[in-house]
Design a binder for this molecule. Structure first.
Ligand SMILES: *[C@@H]1O[C@H](CO)[C@@H](O)[C@H](O)[C@H]1NC(C)=O
Ligand SMILES: *[C@@H]1O[C@H](CO)[C@@H](O)[C@H](O)[C@H]1NC(C)=O
Ligand SMILES: *[C@@H]1O[C@H](CO)[C@@H](O)[C@H](O)[C@H]1NC(C)=O
Length: 888
């Protein structure tokens, strides 16, 4: 019902041009959903091969077969080391973090440390996969689904990520996207995506209206305060402004933690009942993991549930009853944490609950009654809203956002302002004031939490040598991630400053541009050396003026060097607040989102010299180009292996069914099957022998033989069978071929008789003729040869037995009849020469060779026809023997 509403709203969403489509993915810890925006196709969630709207975020192997989604999840208890669940929560996390300890509690897979200090897995066959590779496989799986749905290549993708995702995690998902063969159009925060989805079907007043999007998923709970208001834009008309005002979250309390606690109840019940330990049993624990999630969903609607698992461990069929009360008791300490994100979000937005119109629920874990109850207690029932699709609002919002970026769709005019939830700062060593001064580090808060994404700021430095700017998070709480994002070396300073100084610049400086992109990436995007060059000429003065005004915010309060370190960075106004469009990162598309303050694209002014920015990652680095290529190769190898396997299976199946078909032919007891009629005893024996061999071979080697073996074996049999098939095909085709040959004999003969008569009459009357008698003689000779050949060989063919090879082939019969037919038509189509033009005395000859006229056969109007040839004409036009045959 809700979808129809979205769909009707999307009537506005007519495609502008047929171009590439945009894929949106909500990659959740438990489930992923995808949606494809393709011009001309209805906007909806993509279905997987089983027509499911959500796909479990699982990849695994059953021996050497790779499986995805629910199929993979179901294998987890049999192959606990080869099935990988909830990989989302491990993206870019340091190997020694709490997240990894938590993961080890919920999954039995073998977690190892990856080369960059993050997480990888080791399979039972020792094969290793990084988290990014496993995520990439799942994204590639979605890509394949989308491509088979769209019947075209799909490349651009928008992926929704939790708003609290650090740069490390954002890098990890972007790396996975790249490995999967997709291209990141943008990342969008989950809550923002829901807000876009929410705004699609609603209108707002000018005064902002605040809603909280409360998203309780598998891995975390997040609350996003969003302001909605109407805007009018001269160019684009009325629209909706969506501004994220504040975000609160808890990374460690959500569906997975609830599942874990419920499983604890089950484990304890088992251990108490059977006095045996279960925790070391990987398969048993994995079975209970699945069972816990099932029981949890039953308890969402019932006050008690029966859990029963066959052969859980020690061959024991386990059965127990769990009450909702017991489950809630086990989660009692979590209840305040269910709602804390709401308070945090309000605090960061500077609002109170009174300012909020509604709290919109989304995410699978909002179905759990205790979560709802906890929220109800603090926001009141009247503000609780269930007016978006709990499972799909994120992906649908992300898809709409993607559509707005791609410019191929005309979407409702929606503008989005998002923010960073972390304080982002830059630090650097102070320039030494004297050779033996103690090194000092200066720290500047560049983008405080709440800063709009899609903005740039410029830092000014008084430097004469190369130096390094470090980008850090001020406080990541207990996330387990390092605070340092990257270190950017500014290179070429000495030369550039010397150059400017030499040219008369007074106090030249270094300016570095720091960007916070739409997708939430913090970087040093640009650095230049800059100096005002005194120039006495008028142009020089104008230039100086221009240069001064273009960087108006660059303050005279002093360079960054004058700032006290760390303690009071906020007060230091070294950061020029020129917020502007980020036209830089390819992953960002500013157009649809923030209020774009067009930065004047500075024409290269001679007092600005570009500097080199070399970025280094000293903590958890994103994958390098080479690493990504390696990973792509690994994934492609898997794909190729699977393709080979598929082809092999097909070859094997085809071969097998061919063997059975042959056996049926040979075993058929009825006396007069065509196969029997057309084969000799010896041929059948040879085939039968070869067939027995083949069956034996299939039985012995079928599992190890490769595709070409199956093909070779089939060809060997087909070579024996072919002559027999050929015989009965020929026997079947012969009467028709003969009829056809005779038909042309007949038509030619009639034509010749009539034409000769006319020729005589015409020559007596002194009229021009279409043909010469030589031409008619020529046709008659062809006819006679054809008749003779036909009679002779048909006679011979009559004495050929059905199990012998035919002496004339129907192919040849058709070819010869065609020769006659062609010659006949050449004459039939001939036009009466025009007598009126005296110049054309030799017309008959000329017209006989006039290719122009012959080619004019497609203009059917003027061709004179004999009464006997209309059918022939028809045939000539469509060149189809069978049709004429039927008509005659
Ligand atoms: C300064 O740099 C410019 C180009 O960047 C160059 O043309 C010029 O020669 C340099 N001047 C000096 C004095 O190095
Ligand atoms: C022979 O002449 C008659 C009368 O003009 C005409 O109808 C007929 O089509 C001609 N036959 C051939 C084969 O051209
Ligand atoms: C040959 O063609 C004629 C005329 O169309 C038809 O009546 C006859 O059945 C055909 N014979 C064979 C063997 O196809």
């Amino acid at each position: 019902m809700r979808l129809t509403r979205v769909w009707s709203a999307l009537a506005l969403l007519a495609p502008l041009a047929v171009e590439a489509s945009v894929l949106a993915i909500d990659y959740g810890a438990d489930y992923m959903k995808a949606s494809l925006m393709k011009p001309g196709t209805p906007f909806d969630v993509l279905l997987n091969k089983d027509s499911k709207r959500k796909i479990q975020s699982v990849v695994g192997w059953k021996k050497s077969d790779r499986v995805f989604g629910g199929d993979a999840f179901n294998l987890a208890s049999r192959f606990p080391s080869d099935v990988f669940i909830d990989t989302k929560i491990l993206q870019a996390v340091p190997y020694d973090s709490d997240t990894v300890s938590f993961y080890k509690k919920i999954s039995s897979a073998d977690v190892i440390e990856s080369s960059r200090g993050a997480v990888a897995f080791k399979q039972s066959d020792e094969k290793e996969w990084t988290v990014e590779e496993l995520v990439a496989m799942q994204l590639a799986y979605v890509k394949d689904l989308a491509e088979s749905f769209a019947q075209e290549k799909v490349r651009d993708v928008v992926v929704a990520v939790p708003p609290y995702y650090t740069q490390f995690e954002r890098d990890a998902i972007v790396d996975a996207i790249e490995i999967s063969g997709l291209k990141t159009l943008a990342l969008i925060n989950d809550g923002t995506a829901v807000a876009v989805n929410y705004a699609m079907t609603r209108t707002f007043d000018e005064a902002p209206e605040y809603h909280i999007f409360y998203d309780a998923g598998a891995s975390s709970i997040a609350a996003t305060v969003v302001a909605f208001s109407s805007t009018t834009d001269k160019k684009e008309g009325a629209g909706t402004q969506i501004s994220v005002a504040g975000v609160g979250w808890d990374r460690n309390v959500a569906g997975l933690e609830l599942d874990r606690r419920l499983r604890e109840i089950l484990v304890r019940a088992f251990e108490e009942k059977h006095h045996k330990s279960l925790r070391q049993d990987k398969k048993g624990m994995t079975k209970l993991w699945k069972e816990a999630s099932r029981v949890k969903s039953i308890l969402s609607a019932n006050s008690e549930a029966t859990s029963s698992v066959e052969s859980l461990a020690y061959n024991i069929d386990f059965k127990t009853k769990v009450t909702r009360a017991a489950f809630e008791e086990a989660c009692k300490d979590l209840q305040p944490r269910f709602v804390q994100p709401i308070f945090d979000a309000l605090l960061s937005a500077g609002l109170s609950m009174n300012d909020i119109s509604s709290v919109v629920f989304t995410g699978g874990a909002t179905r759990t009654p205790m979560v709802q109850a906890a929220v109800k207690k603090v926001v009141g029932e009247d503000k609780m809203a269930f007016n978006v699709n709990a499972d799909e609002s994120i992906v649908l919002g992300a898809a709409l956002y993607g559509a707005s970026l791609s410019r191929q769709f005309k979407t409702k005019n929606i503008k989005v302002n998002d923010l960073t939830v972390y304080d982002l700062q830059a630090s650097y060593a102070a320039a030494p004031t004297s050779p033996d001064a103690k090194p000092r580090t200066i720290t500047t808060l560049v983008f405080p939490a709440g800063s709009k994404t899609g903005t740039k700021k410029t830092l000014t430095f008084k430097r004469k040598e190369d130096f390094t700017i470090n980008l850090d998070y001020r406080d990541l709480g207990d996330s387990g991630f390092p605070s340092r994002m990257l270190e950017a070396d500014i290179v070429g300073v000495a030369e550039a400053i010397a150059n400017l100084t030499e040219r008369g610049a007074i106090d030249p400086v270094v300016k570095a541009t720091l960007t916070l992109s739409e997708s939430g990436f913090f970087s040093v995007s640009d650095a230049v050396a800059f100096g005002e060059i005194k120039d006495d000429s008028i142009t020089g003065k104008l230039k100086g003026l221009f240069a001064g005004s273009s960087s108006a915010d660059e303050t005279s309060t002093g360079s960054a060097e004058n700032m006290p370190p760390r303690e009071t960075p906020e007060t230091a106004e070294t950061v020029s607040s020129s917020s502007s469009s980020s036209a830089s990162s390819s992953a960002d598309t500013p157009e649809s989102t923030t209020k774009v303050v067009e930065e004047k694209k500075k024409a290269p002014v001679e007092n600005t010299i570009p500097l080199t920015v070399n970025v280094r990652f000293t903590t958890i680095s994103p994958m390098t180009v080479e690493e990504k290529q390696q990973s792509r190769k690994k994934l492609r190898a898997v794909d190729q292996e699977e393709a080979i396997k598929t082809r092999r299976e097909e070859a094997r199946n085809t071969f097998e069914s061919y063997l059975y078909r042959l056996r049926d032919l040979l075993d058929d007891e009825s006396a007069e099957t065509p196969f029997k009629k057309c084969s000799r005893e010896t041929e059948r024996e040879a085939l039968a022998t070869r067939l027995d061999e083949s069956f034996q071979w299939l039985f012995d080697r079928g599992d190890i033989a490769d595709t070409t073996h199956f093909l070779d074996k089939r060809i060997a049999l087909e070579t024996l069978e072919k002559p027999i098939i050929h015989r009965y095909k020929e026997i079947e085709a012969f009467p028709e071929a003969l009829n056809n040959s005779q038909k042309w004999n007949f038509h030619t003969r009639i034509f010749l008789t009539e034409a000769r008569q006319n020729l005589t009459l015409e020559s007596e009357a002194g009229l021009p003729s279409k043909w010469t008698s030589e031409e008619l003689d020529g046709l008659e000779k062809t006819l006679k040869d054809h008749e003779k050949w036909l009679n002779e060989w048909v006679e011979k063919q009559r004495s050929v037995k059905s199990f012998e090879d035919p002496v004339i082939e129907t192919m040849e019969m058709k070819a010869r009849a065609k020769t006659l037919e062609t010659q006949l038509f050449k004459l039939v189509k001939r036009k009466v020469p025009k007598t009126k033009k005296p110049v054309k005395k030799d017309e008959p000859e000329a017209s006989g060779t006039s290719s122009v006229k012959e080619d004019a056969k497609s203009t059917t109007t003027t061709t004179p026809t004999s009464t006997t040839t209309p059918d022939m004409k028809e045939e000539e036009k469509n060149g189809d023997d069978s049709r004429t045959r039927d008509e005659l």
